[in-house]
Design a protein around this ligand. Structure first.
Ligand SMILES: Nc1ncnc2c1ncn2[C@@H]1O[C@H](COP(=O)(O)OP(=O)(O)OP(=O)(O)O)[C@@H](O)[C@H]1O
Ligand SMILES: Nc1ccn([C@H]2C[C@H](O)[C@@H](COP(=O)(O)O)O2)c(=O)n1
Length: 287
């Protein structure tokens, strides 16, 4: 008789297969939406531990998604081997981590307000990628109540870049917890230290860099109109963020340009016009 762990593995394989086939339109990143649609034809709910997923989007596992376990004969898990209990099963610790060597990463860079998050949400919907926003992870961390969290809050309010080890730990954990393979990492690396530390710690080289090139005036207008209650969307901090972007982030972008990895998109255009160009880059690679 198979153990509960084996069942969980089988279930995870089933979910992976489901994600690959029909869950391409899995989630809207900024909205934190989750496609529940066809999965709900199955009979029994398995609650995902949403505490393990504090970032914007983790495909089906985002924002309290309810995944369904099969109860009748299926290719995923034979009914005879499913446990009889309907108690929630936490899949986040089921040992399903994807080896780091199999991860595909695209860095999404651009000035503050250039539209990175907006375009990532569209890519998540179409391609089922996992969107990890470094800024969002840090904002969640700053609410943790720890001294570290307070340090992050102070730095963000001042438009500064948080030490790499903090951001990389959050990104690495988010990738591992997702159990997924393909990631859009938004707003990282922000400086040379971020870049070098990420490469050293994860051994991951990005497939390419999606860069949104936007004039400051347009970014400033967007940030001042964003209205999401962010502590850094005020004119003083915005100016500091622009300065940090030019001084610290542009060298990283130039580094990738020299490597031939930069895919530059003119970002002061309507969202859908931009996305028409962006999506072509992802159709060209297998993610
Ligand atoms: N092409 C566009 N035209 C006009 N407004 C846009 C466009 N793309 C995004 N916006 C708006 O601009 C604001 C900033 O966009 P978004 O949050 O996607 O930028 P970002 O690069 O992720 O910013 P940050 O780095 O500060 O997190 C949002 O209010 C968004 O709705
Ligand atoms: N790699 C990063 C990413 C973000 N931060 C901090 C500093 C930024 O001003 C802030 C907001 O990020 P955004 O949401 O605009 O991408 O978060 C950082 O220190 N390091």
């Amino acid at each position: 008789m198979r153990s509960r762990t084996t069942f969980v593995r089988a279930l995870r394989q089933c979910l992976e297969s489901f994600q690959g086939q029909s869950a391409r339109a899995s989630a809207g990143a900024h909205a934190g939406q989750v496609a529940k649609g066809s999965a709900q034809t199955a009979a029994r709910a398995v609650e995902i531990d949403t505490q393990a997923f504090p970032w914007k989007t983790v495909g089906l596992a985002a924002a309290g998604a309810t995944l369904m376990a099969p109860t009748s004969q299926s290719a995923c898990a034979p009914a005879t081997e499913a446990p009889a209990t309907s108690a929630p099963i936490d899949l986040s610790h089921a040992g399903m981590e994807v080896p780091k060597s199999q991860r595909t990463v695209v860095f999404v860079l651009g000035g503050p307000g250039s539209g990175k998050g907006t375009q990532c949400a569209k890519l998540v919907e179409e391609f089922g990628l996992v969107h990890l926003s470094a800024g969002d992870l840090l904002r969640a961390h700053m609410k943790s109540g720890t001294p570290d969290g307070q340090m992050v809050a102070d730095m963000i309010k001042d438009g500064k870049i948080v030490p790499s080890h903090v951001t990389i730990s959050l990104l690495d954990k988010a990738m591992a917890d997702s159990g997924r393979k393909a990631f859009l990492i938004d707003g990282f690396p922000r400086n040379e230290e971020n870049r070098a530390a990420f490469e050293k710690q994860t051994q991951i080289q990005p497939a390419f860099i999606l860069f949104f090139d936007c004039p400051e005036k347009e970014m400033e207008k967007r940030l001042l109109g964003r209205n999401e209650g962010r502590s850094d969307d005020n004119i003083d901090t915005i100016r500091k963020r622009f300065k940090v972007f030019l001084e610290s982030s542009m060298p990283v972008i130039n580094h990738y340009k020299e490597q031939g990895k930069l895919r530059s998109i003119t970002a002061d255009r309507p969202q859908d016009t931009i996305y028409t160009e962006v999506r072509k880059l992802f159709q060209e690679i297998s993610v």
